[in-house]
Design a protein around this ligand. Structure first.
Ligand SMILES: O=C(O)c1ccccc1N[C@@H]1O[C@H](COP(=O)(O)O)[C@@H](O)[C@H]1O
Length: 211
């Protein structure tokens, strides 16, 4: 299973989280977020990471040219589109960035929102399901209704996100079978300041489950 830890800013924290077993790290390229990182900060973190770690830039309603500039100049392996991007927009980004993983994040309120994920299947590599919050795009710490995800089998691999923590990850994975998990605020002391003890606890929980 893929394990993505999002909202990384500090190079040493990024390195430690990769050493713990994360398969992907995420960088918030959304200026309004308290976890926002500049291109230069991403470059400093990426420089310390082994090549097998996926490096994902998180954008929301950004310009495709800006997305491509940041992706190409910081060796990102993927971009996560976390705003109100349309399937057509995802297709455009995929054409501009061939070879880069396109992840479409969708904020799920109900079964209708879940059904809507099918409209993205042909235009993205991966889906990511996050909780819906009326004012915030992401990093809210809110969980979505895992009950409606029990039978969710989209035509693409998918990440479960939204309010996951070392304390609730076992319950989540008992109900839901995603291809990956994505955590941000559940493993931090303050926005973009990751709590390495919580990260270690997360991996302990995941190890116990796999035994
Ligand atoms: O983390 C942010 O500040 C953020 C801002 C704008 C878009 C997405 C953002 N984060 C993403 O939110 C989810 C879930 O976060 P959490 O675990 O509930 O804190 C995750 O995919 C982040 O990439």
């Amino acid at each position: 299973m893929r394990i993505k830890i999002c909202g990384i800013r500090d190079p040493l924290q990024g390195q430690a989280i990769a050493d713990n077993g994360a398969t992907a790290l995420g960088f918030i390229c959304v200026e309004s977020s308290p976890r926002y990182v500049t291109l230069e900060q991403i470059q400093l973190v990426v420089a310390k990471l082994p090549s097998h770690i996926d490096k994902i830039g998180v954008f929301a309603n950004a310009n495709p040219t800006e997305i491509a500039f940041i992706a190409n100049n910081s060796a990102l392996t993927g971009v996560q589109l976390h705003g109100n991007e349309s399937p057509e927009f995802c297709k455009q980004v995929r054409e501009i960035l061939p070879g880069i993983e396109i992840i479409k994040a969708l904020r799920i309120r109900n079964v209708e929102d879940l059904d809507n994920t099918a409209t993205f299947t042909d235009y993205v590599d991966t889906l990511l399901l996050d909780a819906y919050h009326p004012q915030q795009l992401g990093g809210t710490g809110q969980t979505l209704d895992w009950n409606i995800l029990e039978e969710f089998k989209p035509g693409r691999p998918w990440f479960l996100a939204g309010g996951l923590t070392p304390d609730n990850i076992a319950s989540a994975l008992n109900k839901v079978k995603p291809n990956g998990i994505d955590l941000s605020s559940g493993v931090e002391k303050a926005p973009a300041d990751k709590d390495l003890d919580k990260v270690a606890k997360l991996f302990e929980q995941l190890t116990v489950r796999s035994c």
